[in-house]
Structure formats: structure tokens, C-alpha cells
Design a binder for this molecule. Structure first.
Ligand SMILES: Cc1cc2nc3c(=O)[nH]c(=O)nc-3n(C[C@H](O)[C@H](O)[C@H](O)COP(=O)(O)O)c2cc1C
Length: 516
């Protein structure tokens, strides 16, 4: 499959749901992608990126009975380290029926959670938002992997956080170390492609009888404890509680479609999707000299525009994030501060909230269908570096950017749980940029460390109507030749009979499986 097809409307006929297709679904989304070594230190990297490579995101699937897996419907936890599923609960056929009654055959449920402590020990209060960025990256990674299998993936807005926690077994508090509690994030439906966009599978809110059946299911296993001691960050617990999703409170508007996708160039139409997904990497340093041609730059940012297809069709809200671009080295475009309005209709609102001295000029060399405005011509390398916690990568690339969210209004409109959704949208944009960098023969990095208020000062924003949520950079990498690389699962992966672990606590109990 070509890279271009990742963004097309349902390009492939669906694969049947079995353990091999599931293995590939995880292999191209949340699996390990490489081992790295420097001196004595060895660490794993994954298909999806994560702040500090700490990977707080955990994934679960609820599956029907499948050959090689449980004979009953069951909940499994995905273990990226060994690329296996471990069984956490068995459900009755009736529970499965109730869960999936409105879904087409071949569907399954996917849940994501965050182990916030994995980020908090290092990043403290800011870790909650980093976990949310990571969820956004994971949504996009999973959505693209679903495209590869001919599947759709769509978040479920009708289940509350508490109900999702119950389905995933995360509220079985006695089984978790209190300080390492997993926070339920989202539930998604993965279904075989249908021919029509309108016919999107939806899952109904659970009733009390279903919740009781889930409580009464056969549960097993306990998560490993990460740390012997912990630091308390009360504000993380407060924000987690405050942003939990009540039932059916989520918005259900769909993304407005943007028709002006750039056509595939010959170069891009021959690029292999699996190659790009598998090679994605963060840059550690950028060379500070290379340029990107204007056409290529426009193509990259155009890709972040919302549309009816992957990855944007995974979510159920209209775009709320616009890109504040610091253009450093784009051949054919003047260096300066620009704004890409991902929802053109919001231009006047953002303009009104900004400093009146910004010029908001559409560059003549940019197609008019792309809502890109120059705000100020400038060499903004120092500004970009300073804003991104003095990180050189924000200044040494082709461009860097801040993701400016319609903040207070969205949260007023959709409720406090939308705080998480905003970061998820930012993460989805980030994942697209990561892949675009690879296709451009360049490299990018998500930047979670930035100074919020000074970013707002660049625009003259005075309140929380708009807030910067995530930064990003792209350029030509300087490789660190001291690093050695190893394949993700070594030789064992190729030969492996793999495993479904049938108990979360007993990893010796590895069973069956083709290519997991
Ligand atoms: C939300 C998020 C924030 C990040 N923030 C930074 C950052 O501020 N500075 C940086 O150098 N890298 C940052 N990174 C990159 C991570 O360090 C990188 O993803 C991780 O080390 C794994 O490497 P990989 O992306 O090559 O798999 C961030 C990544 C994510 C997803």
C-alpha cells in the first residue's frame, strides 16, 4: 500500500478479524520499532512516539471468540515489549452481544488508558498533558494501522470515562498500586470498511445490566508495580477527575471536509506506507542549514488540514487547533510568523483576539484554498528556540510550530472533558507531521516542553480564549553515529509462535498464536 493511500477513503477491502490481522494492526501502531544502544545503555523505541520515551499509553481490545485465542469473548491487554495479548477477562456471549449489537460482523472494541505515573515521576504536573498528547499520537497511529487492514476506527462518544474504566478493568482498584492507577481515556470501535461514510458504526451507551455483567465477568491478573516509592502530585488527580467524560456529553459534529488535498506526486505515490510508518523517528538535532522547497512545505502543512478520511475520521469533533508557524528555511517563502487556519471560518475570531499589528496577509505564492496567512516577516529562529524551552531543534529546522487551540470556548461548549480531546487533536496532527517528515526525507520531533505564556505573547493573546497546546519542529537531522540499532523483536519475532498470555500476572503461560 502506498503512503498516499493512508489518507484515502477506504482504499482496501477489509481483512478478516483473526489473530494475524490483529498482530499487524498492533505491529504498525503501538509495537516496538527498534532497539537502540549507546555504550552500555539499551532502550526500545516504538512505532508511536512518546514524551521522554516513557510510553504511558496502554491498549486493550475486547474480542469475540477467535481461533488461537479464548473460546469466549474476552478482554486482552496488549504488551508491546513482547508483542503479545494477555487475557484480562472472559465475558459471556450475551455480554458480547450487548456490547456489539449495533456493530457489523468483524468489529471489535479498542480501549486506551494512561499510566500517568510513568510520566509524572519525571515531568511532574505537566505529565497529564503529555499523556494526552501521547493518546492523540496513538489514535492516529492506530487509525493508520486500521487503514492498512481495511478497517475503520472511530472513538465512541457515548460511554463515560467510568464506564470505559469498568469495561477495561481499570476500576478494580484493589488490583492496582494506588499511585500507579491507570486512567481510562477512550473507547473506540474498529470495524471492517463499509462503502459509505455515512454508515459509520456506532456503539450504544451501556445500560446497568451490561455494567453488572462486566463486573461479574471472570477477571484475572494484576498489573506489575513500576516503582517502590512515589511522589504525590495532587493537581494531576484533580485534573484527571475534572476532565472525565460524562455519558454522552461529547460533541458529535463531524469534521468539515477540506477538498483541496494536494495530488500525489510521482515520488510520493511510490512511497510504501509500511516503510514510512516503521521508520518514523524523532530527530535529536537538526542541521541548521537545509531548506525545504515551498511546494513540499505546502504539501506537508496541507496534510494537517481536516478531511473526511483517515486519520481525522477517527474523532467526532470539528477541528479546534490552528498552526502558528515559525518559518525559518522554506525556499520560496519569506521567513516569518504564519498562521494556518485549520478551520477557515474561525479566522476573524482568532484575528480579533490577536495583536492588531499582525498583518494576516495571504502570501501570493500560496494557493488560495490553503488558509495560510503571514502574520509578521521576521527571522524568528531565536524566538522559536526560546519559546520551546531553549531547544535548538525549534530553530535549526525548516520550520517549527505551536498548536493554538480554541480553548475556553470549546470547553464551555462541550464540557471539561473536552480538555483531553484538544490534546488528542494536537497529537493526531503531530503524528501526521511525523510521517510527512519521513516522506520528505527529513525528520521531525514533537515538543511538549514550551513556555505557554510567552507563546501567547507572540500573538498578543490576552486570555484563555486561545491556548498553545503542543509544539513541533521539522528539518534535516544530524544523525548520532554512536547509536547502534537492532530490530524490534530480534530473530524470535520472525520464527515466533508468539503468545496470548492467558493471565496478566503469569508471563510464563505463553500460548498459541501465529505472528503475534
Ligand atoms: C508529546 C511529546 C512531547 C515531546 N517533547 C519533546 C521535547 O520537548 N523535546 C524533545 O527533544 N523531544 C520531545 N519528544 C520526542 C520524544 O522524546 C520521542 O518521541 C521519544 O524519545 C521516542 O523517540 P521516537 O519518537 O524516535 O520513537 C516529544 C514527543 C512527544 C510525543
Amino acid at each position: 500500500m502506498t503512503y498516499e493511500q493512508l489518507y484515502e477513503a477506504r482504499p482496501l477491502p477489509p481483512l478478516e478479524l483473526h489473530l494475524d490481522s490483529l498482530a499487524d494492526f498492533f505491529r504498525y501502531s503501538l509495537a516496538l520499532s527498534a532497539w537502540k544502544q549507546a555504550g552500555e545503555n539499551r532502550w526500545a523505541l516504538r512505532i508511536n512516539p512518546s514524551s521522554g520515551n516513557l510510553h504511558p499509553t496502554e491498549a486493550y481490545v475486547v474480542l469475540p471468540p477467535l481461533p488461537g485465542a479464548s473460546a469466549s469473548p474476552a478482554l486482552y491487554h496488549y504488551v508491546s515489549e513482547s508483542h503479545v495479548l494477555e487475557q484480562r477477562a472472559s465475558f459471556t456471549d450475551d455480554t458480547w452481544q450487548r456490547l456489539t449489537t449495533s456493530l457489523p460482523a468483524g468489529s471489535f472494541l479498542l480501549g486506551l488508558s494512561s499510566v500517568v505515573w510513568r510520566e509524572a515521576w519525571k515531568y511532574g504536573e505537566r505529565s497529564f498533558r503529555y499523556c494526552q498528547h501521547d493518546i492523540g499520537h496513538a489514535i492516529a497511529a492506530l487509525r493508520f494501522a486500521a487503514v492498512l487492514s481495511g478497517w475503520t476506527l472511530r472513538l465512541v462518544p457515548s460511554w463515560s470515562t467510568e464506564e470505559i474504566a469498568q469495561l477495561l478493568g481499570l476500576n478494580r482498584t484493589g488490583e492496582f498500586c494506588v499511585e500507579e492507577q491507570e486512567e481510562a481515556e477512550l473507547l473506540a470501535v474498529v470495524s471492517p470498511n463499509d462503502t459509505s461514510h455515512e454508515n459509520t458504526p456506532r456503539i450504544l451507551p451501556p445500560d446497568e445490566a451490561l455494567m453488572q455483567q462486566i463486573r461479574d465477568a471472570s477477571w484475572r491478573g494484576r498489573p506489575n508495580q513500576l516503582s517502590a516509592s512515589h511522589v504525590d502530585w495532587p493537581v494531576i488527580d484533580e485534573v484527571a477527575v475534572a476532565t472525565r467524560m460524562p455519558r454522552t456529553a461529547a460533541p458529535t459534529e463531524s469534521m468539515p471536509s477540506f477538498g483541496a488535498r494536494s495530488p500525489a506526486t510521482d515520488d510520493h505515490s511510490s512511497i510504501d506506507a509500511l516503510q514510512i510508518i516503521s521508520q518514523r523517528r524523532s530527530c535529536l538535532a537538526l542541521d541548521g542549514v537545509s531548506e525545504i522547497p515551498r511546494e513540499q512545505f505546502l504539501r506537508v502543512i496541507m496534510r494537517t488540514m481536516p478531511g473526511p478520511d483517515a486519520p481525522w475520521d477517527a474523532v467526532h469533533w470539528p477541528p479546534k487547533i490552528h498552526l502558528l508557524l515559525f518559518v525559518h528555511r522554506v525556499n520560496g517563502l519569506q521567513p516569518g510568523v504564519y498562521m494556518l487556519m485549520r478551520d477557515r471560518a474561525k479566522t476573524d475570531v482568532l484575528k480579533a483576539a490577536c495583536d492588531g499589528a499582525l498583518i494576516w496577509q495571504a502570501p501570493p505564492e500560496v494557493p488560495t484554498e490553503l488558509p495560510l496567512y503571514m502574520l509578521r516577516a521576521a527571522d524568528c529562529r531565536d524566538t522559536a528556540r526560546t519559546l520551546s524551552c531553549h531547544q535548538d531543534i525549534a530553530a535549526d529546522g525548516f520550520f517549527s510550530l505551536g498548536m493554538i487551540a480554541e480553548f475556553a470556548g470549546s470547553i464551555r461548549q462541550y464540557g471539561p472533558s473536552f480538555y483531553r480531546n484538544l490534546f488528542w487533536e494536537a497529537g493526531i496532527i503531530g503524528q501526521v507531521l511525523y510521517l510527512e517528515a519521513e516522506t520528505a526525507g527529513a525528520r521531525s520531533t514533537g515538543i511538549g516542553c514550551f513556555f505557554d505564556d510567552p507563546v501567547h505573547d507572540v500573538l498578543g493573546l490576552k486570555d484563555d480564549q486561545f491556548q498553545s497546546l503542543y509544539h513541533f519542529t521539522m528539518g534535516m537531522p544530524v544523525e548520532d553515529n554512536r547509536l547502534q540499532s537492532w530490530p524490534p523483536y530480534g530473530e524470535t519475532e520472525l520464527r515466533s509462535s508468539g503468545g496470548i498470555l492467558d493471565d496478566k500476572s503469569d508471563k510464563s503461560n505463553s500460548l498459541t498464536r501465529g505472528s503475534f
